[in-house]
Write a protein that binds this ligand. Structure first.
Ligand SMILES: Cc1cc2nc3c(=O)[nH]c(=O)nc-3n(C[C@H](O)[C@H](O)[C@H](O)COP(=O)(O)O)c2cc1C
Length: 359
């Protein structure tokens, strides 16, 4: 059996394609449209409380009976450091003043980690989504065992061999190999340790050294990219940026406009927006991050400042502080309904495979 066929069976999907979970962008409609088209749709849940996540799962089920993936952020909780936070706010104060507002007096940890949240686990075990994925690390092995016992397939995002070994020994089912090209937050387990491996090298390392199926993520935008990733030994691909322009996504008009013009606006990785390294369309906050030796506060405390600044600027029509996450392939993003995009990607993949076979 070809490598991807075993994973298709495990995930109960038709195509070796996962729409990436994307907090702020993925929606129940997007996930359901992708799953209905035979790929795996995903919900990004990190900004939501348990009731909201449960509501998203139920809503997705109203649109599709097919499997989908629920993604959890498993970061170590932020360590508050008032001196670091006030130095960061002082640094950003002139930017707030450009828009006639003062920075917040203090910063909060705006997203909770899934780690140790047993009510969240209980909800997932009660609702049993077909797939649960982990970003920024792993939950405890008791969680992973409980999810698996409930028949839920578990995915873990990894960015190097050490993280992959941890995921394998913790008992997850599938490795998502996130290369440095990828849009959104780097899935690194320890924010201070990033080997910045590209998708190509990472997929080969994991395929050669690990036993679990590997899903390639980062910079894949079309069927040619899918064919290449599968040729490298990946069992499927996970694509995020390619789905941002879908009408079912929650991306706002400014984000869409910038992504359509991505040719003129390269992507870059910065921790200045949220406190953790993430790739997006380069903006004023990226530049501010580069122009200082200050370390932004811990994730997601820095995000509180970034969002407040974005809000102040956006109120005056300036979107240069937004989290417009996008991968290096951004100029290739297409504006198609999700089901049509999935069909098109799969056709392109088959065409690319036929072209290779004909040589
Ligand atoms: C807008 C956006 C938001 C993202 N949010 C999440 C998220 O909530 N959880 C997650 O595991 N990955 C997230 N990612 C990363 C994706 O899972 C994936 O690694 C990435 O999209 C692959 O690279 P590509 O964007 O070049 O396809 C996000 C990516 C983007 C573009």
């Amino acid at each position: 059996m070809r490598r991807h066929e075993a994973l298709l069976r495990q995930l109960a999907i038709l195509h070796p394609l996962i729409q990436a979970p994307m907090v702020g962008v993925s929606t129940p409609r997007l996930a359901a449209a992708v799953s209905e088209a035979g790929a795996l749709g995903s919900l990004g849940t990190a900004a939501a409380g348990i009731d909201e996540i449960a509501a998203q799962i139920r809503q997705t089920r109203e649109f599709t009976a097919q499997p989908f993936n629920v993604n959890l952020f498993c970061h170590a909780p932020a360590v508050a450091d008032p001196a670091r936070e006030s130095a960061w706010l002082d640094y950003l104060t002139p930017e707030f003043q450009r828009f006639g507002v003062q920075p917040p007096a203090a910063l909060r940890e705006i997203y909770r980690s899934a780690l140790g949240d047993d009510d969240l686990l209980a909800m997932l075990l009660a609702l049993r989504p077909a797939v649960v994925g982990f970003h920024f690390g792993l939950p405890g092995t008791d969680w992973i065992a409980a999810l698996r016992e409930a028949g839920i397939v578990t995915l873990a995002c990894v960015t190097d061999l050490d993280e992959a070994a941890l995921a394998e020994s913790a008992g997850v089912d599938v490795l998502v190999a996130q290369g440095f090209e990828a849009g959104g937050h780097r899935g690194i387990f320890d924010p201070a340790r990033d080997l910045r491996l590209g998708t190509f090298a990472l997929v080969r390392l994991l395929v050669r050294r690990c036993t679990l199926p590997v899903v390639a993520a980062g910079g894949i935008m079309d069927g040619g990219g899918i064919a290449a990733a599968l040729q490298l030994g990946a069992a499927a691909v996970q694509m995020g940026t390619a789905f941002v322009l879908c009408p079912e996504s929650a991306a706002n008009a400014a984000y869409r406009e910038r992504l359509r013009g991505a040719q003129a606006r390269p992507t870059g990785v910065t921790a200045a927006i949220s406190g953790r390294a993430a790739r997006g369309l380069v903006n004023r906050l990226h530049q501010l991050g580069e122009q200082t030796s200050l370390r932004p506060p811990d994730y997601p405390i820095a995000y509180d400042a970034g969002k407040a600044l974005h809000q102040a600027a956006a109120a005056q029509g300036n979107h240069d502080y937004a989290a417009h996450w996008a991968g290096q392939g951004a100029p290739l993003a297409r504006e198609l309904p999700a089901a049509q995009l999935v069909r098109c990607l799969i056709e392109e993949w088959h065409d690319a495979e036929r072209a290779t076979a004909a040589h």
